[in-house]
Write a protein that binds this ligand. Structure first.
Ligand code: FEO
Length: 389
């Protein structure tokens, strides 16, 4: 795709990566992704904001064939999907200076083949005059690395946000049109990489709220011409409010845990509590991450393998612990053949979750009346706690 103009002085460049299905060899990308870069032209200076993943360098370099001079390259984030083509761009434009945060400089020198003498650092609030156009650098750390920043084109009120408010979507749409689709993808992205830094990101959102923003131009996914929707969604995700929802990731070996899970789902639904259920044998781990963004309670369901939880439950519990969702309550249900230490081991896996643990329910063999009664009590306790939210 060729350069596409998005305003008087800004053009989009970049690549839709339709076939990428995994990010960081970890994060499922059901809809592919894109890498956006932006060319900003003032009366005197020309700037490129970010680049593309090194796998797609040739496309960006092709797009830059029509650009004769480049005075600055701005690196908002040192991760390679945005910075990886910068060395090639620097080689094509030997006069260009690379601008980044002080931490960004440190990381770029570690990750890329660059020399220090061509990098200048920019402070929070510093501006760059391009001739009739002014770029302001806004440090927004921990989205999701420590060096991240946004860049604000003051005259046109465009915010270049890099990963922040981005969405993993491969699309020919330059602008967000189907907001349900875009917000789902953005929520997946937030859940998987930004949620652990929720409180810092909340401060970053407050910082951005002091600017009049007419367009948000992220480095993944479509551009937001009406940014209220995506900004409101992020403000909600980073808030402390939780929903009357229980997330149940589980797995079952011989059907006992399955029966317990099915019973609990029904019991919670009867009490007006919404349940999001994930069979770890088949689930998209990204969907589980999305569900954890808003839920009040996590209930982990596991059979016992040797003494401990099933390995798939280890993985899910580790992931939930790493993502640090704003859960308030947690519990464990499950089964065992002859002995189990699953509860102790799962509790040990989730120290980051600052939750109140509600009495777990473990059952030897197939569940019977006493187990169902305990599950009814668990549903009662959860519903009562949710009613107080
Ligand atoms: Fe899109 Fe953190 O890289």
């Amino acid at each position: 795709m060729k350069l596409r103009k998005i305003s008087e002085s800004v053009s989009w460049l970049g690549v839709a990566d339709w076939n990428r299905r995994l990010f960081d060899a970890l994060i499922p990308l059901p809809d592919g992704t894109s890498y956006n870069a932006y060319l900003v032209q003032g009366e005197d200076k020309t700037v490129l904001i970010d680049s593309v993943d090194p796998d797609k360098s040739a496309i960006l370099m092709y797009q830059l064939q029509s650009v004769d001079t480049l005075d600055y390259i701005i690196s908002q984030h040192a991760e390679q999907d945005h910075s990886g083509t910068i060395p090639m761009v620097m080689e094509k434009y030997p006069e260009a200076r690379l601008l980044t945060t002080p931490k960004g400089k440190e990381l770029l020198l570690k990750h890329l083949n660059l020399t220090e003498d061509r990098i200048d650092t920019v402070e929070d609030g510093e501006t760059l005059d391009l001739g009739g156009k002014t770029l302001e650098f806004i440090h927004t750390p921990w989205v999701h690395w420590p060096e991240t920043m946004c860049t604000y084109l003051q005259q046109e009120q465009i915010l270049f946000s890099c990963d922040f408010m981005g969405s993993h979507l491969a699309t020919t749409d330059l602008y967000a049109t189907d907001m349900d689709e875009v917000c789902e993808a953005a929520k997946r992205y937030y859940a998987e990489i930004m949620m652990p830094f929720r409180k810092i990101i909340r401060k970053n959102m407050a910082k951005l709220d002091t600017r009049d923003i007419k367009m948000v131009a992220p480095s993944h996914g479509p551009i937001h011409k009406d940014p209220c929707c995506i900004m409101n969604a992020h403000n909600e995700w980073v808030s402390d409010s939780v929903k009357n929802e229980v997330v149940i990731p589980y797995i079952s070996m011989h059907g006992s845990t399955q029966k317990m899970v099915d019973y609990l789902v029904s019991a919670l639904a009867e009490r007006g509590v919404k349940v999001r259920l994930f069979d770890l044998e088949v689930t998209d781990i990204g969907k589980l991450a999305i569900a954890l963004v808003d839920a009040a309670t996590l209930v982990i369901g596991t059979p016992t393998v040797h003494y401990g939880p099933h390995p798939a439950v280890f993985y899910a519990a580790h992931l939930a612990n790493a993502l640090r969702p704003k859960l308030r309550y947690a519990s464990i249900i499950g089964s065992y053949g002859w002995k189990s230490k699953a509860i102790e081991q799962i509790v040990g896996l989730i120290p980051n979750l600052k939750v109140e643990v509600i009495d777990p329910v473990m059952c030897q063999g197939t569940p019977k009346e006493d187990t169902f009664a305990a599950l009814d009590k668990l549903a009662d306790d959860i519903a009562a706690k949710h009613a107080e939210l």
